[in-house]
Design a binder for this molecule. Structure first.
Ligand SMILES: Nc1ncnc2c1ncn2[C@@H]1O[C@H](COP(=O)(O)OP(=O)(O)O)[C@@H](O)[C@H]1O
Ligand SMILES: [Mg+2]
Length: 280
């Protein structure tokens, strides 16, 4: 893999080999949150089949134009799959396109947010090697947890790393060799139920025990809230509700969602973010 390019921007990759765990929702809220803190942000959507982040952001641009409300909107690049015949050639072409897009963005913005697809594709691996910060949203399910670590059903002890944690370990070595720097790997629980059930309690118990062994740290997550799902067509986030131009009745759940996004931003320890958080 190529050596990550020299850069100024901080690169945040949102990844997990699992669809539906909240990657795009987290990417969108993070990108808009950083812009609302006064940073310039660029986004790269690697999910060239679903293009969810790109669709989300184009809805935002369209809504901004239609409503006349000026919404801070990150720059967006969607990488298309290579049309080269050979697999090796196609991979090299895609990696080169990613490096070019990232290199160009890194010179012009403060943060780059890369949204990965929910499967192990070569380009997503390549992107992980460029991550200063890697965010992995996981749903509260033992099946999803298995991607991070395999647990003993009686003792609940960690038996071995799961496939995604194994991949991150491998790519961290690669980044260290190529770039002489590490990846700050942050796991956030996502779509947390409001009910305090046995599953939720077990997740809260085992995740902190896993973090040291697997090399991640836990950040504040997002609860399961209708508002996170509702705003897609307008390209809005919970941080935009004050000026959205859309009639959404204010609720306590919206305030709680805003607080979750703020807490996530705080727990990521991104450069120059802490001193601006009061703006959100
Ligand atoms: N915190 C949340 N509360 C409620 N729904 C959510 C939340 N996060 C994501 N969703 C919904 O769950 C689905 C999957 O989320 P998405 O962000 O697209 O995941 P991924 O990018 O990992 O596939 C979408 O329908 C999204 O609107
Ligand atoms: Mg997605």
């Amino acid at each position: 893999m190529d050596k990550p390019s020299r850069r100024n921007a901080h690169v945040v990759v949102i990844g997990n080999e699992k669809g539906g765990c909240g990657k795009t929702t987290a990417a969108m809220h993070l990108a808009v949150g950083l812009m609302r803190l006064g940073f310039s942000v660029g986004c790269i959507d690697l999910d060239h089949r679903q293009r969810s982040l790109a669709r989300y952001l184009s809805n935002r641009a369209a809504w901004s134009q239609r409503s006349g409300v000026v919404l801070p909107t990150p720059r967006m690049v969607v990488l298309s799959p290579s049309t080269a015949d050979g697999r090796g050639e196609a991979r090299a072409e895609e990696a080169a396109a990613f490096d070019a897009a990232l290199g160009e963005m890194c010179e012009t913005v403060d943060f780059v947010v890369v949204d990965c697809p929910g499967s192990d594709v070569v380009l997503a691996r390549h992107a992980h090697v460029h991550a200063d910060t890697l965010i992995t949203p996981i749903n509260d399910s033992l099946l999803d947890l298995d991607l991070l670590g395999r647990l003993d059903p009686v003792s609940w002890e960690l038996k071995s790393a799961g496939i995604y944690a194994g991949l991150v370990w491998e790519l961290r070595q690669e980044r260290r060799r190529a770039h002489r720097s590490g990846i700050d790997w942050v796991v956030m629980r996502s779509r947390l139920s409001a009910i305090d059930d046995r599953n939720k309690r077990k997740m809260a118990e085992v995740l902190p025990q896993m973090q040291k062994v697997l090399g991640f740290r836990l950040a504040t997550g997002f609860g399961e809230r209708v508002i996170y799902r509702y705003l897609f067509l307008w390209g809005l986030t919970v941080l935009d509700l004050d000026q959205a131009g859309v009639a959404v009745e204010a609720t306590k759940s919206h305030d709680a969602a805003r607080a979750e996004v703020r807490a996530l931003l705080e727990s990521l320890w991104l450069p120059r973010v802490a001193e601006r958080l009061a703006r959100l």
